[in-house]
Ligand binder design. Structure first.
Ligand SMILES: NC(=O)c1ccc[n+]([C@@H]2O[C@H](COP(=O)([O-])OP(=O)(O)OC[C@H]3O[C@@H](n4cnc5c(N)ncnc54)[C@H](OP(=O)(O)O)[C@@H]3O)[C@@H](O)[C@H]2O)c1
Length: 286
């Protein structure tokens, strides 16, 4: 019998990749407003994860052994769902003895004292980071065996992700577009992160785990690498910029210390160039 896995945010970017890769599980995804594309052997349940009664009904029906909670990101206007949904799911999972993996972000940090390890002090400087910081605190106190995966920017190499799509679109216009040279992240290929999460689903690691790509890249370098991957030439309207010049409040350096994950996981954390090679190999084998 395959273990029963519930993925929240089943129509989201990470959630849908997880469900596509979850062949070793009996997998169910939650839907909210967006319809999912059908995935072989995956069932879906509509649920507002802020509603206690809906969450109880969902868990009674699916009876998951593992929950990977990807729902509630920085998209849409609903940052206020992040902490309550995480708390509801963590409390229910603890009560029912369900393994719980919660997705968090490098944006719980202020970007002033990188690299950040699992024990570094959180100090969010934007509303999204603050909501995810509150969610982490609630999850830790309500489910002591939960795994909190702090990750970085997610990108895709098959179909351009949201931000890459926007960048590609900008090459077809004359609209000015600045890519920061002073904002550093550890971007990770979404399929690589999904593989890590499915490995963790079968593990009993409890506590925080940083999971990102092994190189710290600034936004300009990441944007240029992704444009090149999708065979799009950068246009003169795409320029180097800095956070300081922009006047925006954004964490500058969110480089993660990945040593715990690198020792723990059988799944290697891939750089963008390694991820490109992996995609090419998969495409040749298909
Ligand atoms: N993408 C990144 O670069 C990145 C980086 C660091 C961390 N993360 C974290 O990784 C996780 C996955 O991110 P993602 O990019 O895959 O997110 P996403 O594509 O925006 O998906 C989020 C999903 O949450 C669902 N959702 C929102 N409110 C809900 C509610 N009240 N009840 C039920 N479902 C609800 C949305 O459904 P509807 O659209 O139908 O409302 C959507 O399917 C998030 O926790 C995010 O914070 C992402």
């Amino acid at each position: 019998m395959k273990p029963r896995l519930l993925v929240t945010g089943g129509a989201g970017f990470l959630g849908s990749h997880l469900l596509h890769q979850a062949a070793n599980f009996s997998a169910t995804g939650t839907l909210h407003r967006t319809a999912a594309t059908s995935i072989p052997d995956v069932s879906f349940h509509v649920c507002d994860l802020q509603q206690p009664q809906e969450v109880r009904i969902l868990l009674d029906r699916v009876k998951p052994e593992i929950i990977i909670h990807t729902a509630c990101s920085d998209q849409g206007e609903n940052l206020s769902a992040i902490a309550p949904a995480a708390a509801l799911l963590a409390a229910q999972a603890a009560e029912r003895g369900i393994r719980f993996i919660h997705l968090s972000t490098d944006q719980v940090f202020d970007g002033m004292t990188a690299p950040y390890h699992e024990g570094s002090e959180m100090n969010p400087i934007n509303p999204y980071g603050t909501a995810k910081f509150q969610a982490e605190d609630l999850v830790r106190s309500l489910h002591t065996k939960a795994t909190i995966v702090r990750t970085s920017l997610l990108y895709d190499l098959r179909i351009p992700d949201r931000q890459t799509k926007q960048l590609i679109q900008t090459t077809k216009t004359e609209e000015p577009y600045n890519l920061f040279t002073d904002e550093f992240r550890c971007p990770i290929w979404v399929e690589n992160l999904a593989e890590v999460l499915l490995e963790l689903a079968q593990d009993d690691y409890a506590g925080i785990l940083n999971v990102g790509g092994p190189e710290s890249l600034n936004r300009w370098d990441l944007g240029m690498k992704l444009l090149q991957h999708f065979d799009v030439l950068p246009t003169p309207n795409i320029k180097k910029g800095t956070i300081e010049e922009s006047g925006l409040v954004r964490p500058q350096n969110l480089t993660l210390d990945l040593s715990t994950a690198q020792q723990l996981l059988a799944t290697p954390l891939l750089s963008l160039d390694e991820a490109k090679k992996a995609v090419k190999k998969m495409q040749k084998e298909a």
